[in-house]
Design a protein. Structure first.
Length: 135
């Protein structure tokens, strides 16, 4: 197995191209082993050269609502009244710890995603970065 470290963007792109050709390889075969090794190398390269930032809590909630085909009304048990749901999803009110716990359970979102800081817009429409865990 002729495998080299991924040191450059060109090496990275070449490894991705080869992974694509090996995607249907049988696990345990020489091709499957090569796929496993290349995937590990690509993962290590990406961890150093392109770490993925934590997702935005509100964006994540909206995404999961879409995936689960939920409406804003479906969030009322976790967040509160219809008006409160609108305030949270429109970034006018930060998530509270009880909301985070309830949303984590209801939407299968890890709590550490929901506690990330995100921008909210107060009544004066001025954006500011607030911690999503409000009192």
């Amino acid at each position: 197995m002729d495998v080299r470290p991924i040191r450059t963007e060109a090496d990275y792109k070449a490894a991705l191209a080869e992974i694509e050709t090996l995607m249907n390889a049988t696990m345990g075969s020489p091709e499957g082993d090569r796929l496993d090794v290349l995937a590990t190398l690509v993962e290590a390269y990406e961890a150093v050269h392109g770490p993925i930032e934590a997702p935005d809590p509100i964006g994540t909630i909206l995404f999961m609502m879409e995936q689960k085909q939920l409406s804003r009304r479906d969030l009322e048990p976790a967040i509160g009244s219809r008006a409160r749901v609108a305030e949270v999803l429109n970034r006018r009110r930060p998530l509270t710890l009880p909301m985070i716990r309830a949303l984590s359970r209801a939407l299968d979102i890890p709590a550490d995603v929901l506690i990330q800081p995100y921008e909210t817009r107060g009544p004066d429409k001025e954006s500011r970065l607030l911690s999503s865990v409000a009192a």
